[in-house]
Write a protein that binds this ligand. Structure first.
Ligand code: MN
Length: 322
């Protein structure tokens, strides 16, 4: 499980010989982006290294409890770095311009679990079978012969919990459970992490969810179901697009539903349509019809019109695809 592959040996050598480290991840960071960054930061800081964490977008509120989250920079400090770790990005450009265009970074190390991530680093540790980027950070620490301390364990556990959908997704492999088990043994409290991640919703988000669900629509055959958020709903509840994360899971969770849809008004007369398939229907084909993109199970596009028109167009297209 923690076989030492050449990339890990090279990364350990870089850690050994370098002194100033920058750690960054992707735009709109999720708990794996934040958790893997802070796990590595806590580990390197405990080894006496000079560590700076920079994220081009703010740390989400549900990750603010992680050790060193209060030390994350939102602007890249004017400083030279021997090494920059770029974690979980999928594509280099998602690290943001400040990183990709920086001339103050010596060497890039790319650590990721996204399939097809480019080899933009001097060293690239990419394992698409890893449940989370945080699992790769764990492997590096173990390969160095070190134990994971509590602050680092908290970050790793949180990242893995989130990227496996609380061990619901198919990437919940033996390694994910083994690492999680070890982190719990280090003192991580499963309920505390759950409470921070999932039981600390802002009130306006739940108020918005109530309105989104009030427009729940199910196709006559019960295979397609949607929820909706309009600009008026934001106004009524004081919420923003950031509050709509995972709303699409509600129509998806209905028995018999094959495709869940989320209609989100982005400007007057323009809707962003999100699709989630349970596997039978290739939703990228539906979104492509409207000029959008995506994958077999998750896709999106923009469609112009009133809500009624957009819903009719998209539901109609789904029926025709059978
Ligand atoms: Mn990830």
């Amino acid at each position: 499980m923690t076989a030492i592959i050449p990339e890990i040996t090279q990364i350990l050598a870089e850690i050994e010989k370098s002194s100033t480290f920058l750690i960054t991840s992707h735009e709109s960071p999720d708990p794996d982006a934040v958790g893997s960054s802070l796990a590595l930061a806590n580990y390197l800081a405990a080894r006496g290294k000079d560590v700076t964490v920079y994220l081009c977008d703010p740390v989400p509120e549900n990750c603010a409890f992680l050790p060193m989250a209060d030390q994350v920079f939102g602007e890249l400090p004017e400083k030279e770095f021997d090494v920059c770790f770029v974690l979980d990005v999928g594509e280099f450009r998602r690290a943001g311009k400040a990183i990709t265009a920086s001339e103050r970074i010596g060497r890039f190390i790319n650590i990721d679990h996204h399939l097809g991530c480019e080899n933009f680093g001097l060293h690239n540790l990419i394992d698409p079978r890893a449940c989370a980027t945080a699992a790769l950070i764990y492997r590096i620490i173990k390969a160095a012969g070190h134990e994971v301390d509590y602050p680092t364990a908290l970050c790793i556990y949180t990242a893995i919990l989130s990227d496996t959908g609380s061990f619901h997704y198919s990437n919940s492999d033996p390694e994910s459970f083994a690492i999680a088990g070890e982190m719990i043994a280090k003192g991580v409290n499963a309920w505390d992490v759950n409470e921070n991640l999932y039981e600390s919703e802002p009130l306006q988000r739940i108020a918005l969810l109530a309105l989104a669900l009030s427009d729940l629509t199910v196709s006559p055959g019960g295979e397609y179901a949607s929820v909706t958020v309009t600009l008026e709903m934001y106004r009524q509840t004081g919420s923003t697009a950031e509050d709509t994360d995972r709303f699409i899971n509600y129509p998806r969770s209905i028995r018999g539903v094959q495709v869940a849809l989320f209609f989100r008004e982005i400007s007057e007369g323009l809707f962003k349509v999100g699709f989630r398939s349970k596997g039978k229907v290739d939703v990228s084909a539906v979104s492509a019809h409207f000029g959008g993109g995506g994958h077999h199970n998750a896709a999106g596009c923009n469609v112009k019109g009133t809500l009624a028109e957009v819903k009719a167009l998209v539901f109609d297209r789904l029926e025709k695809m059978r």
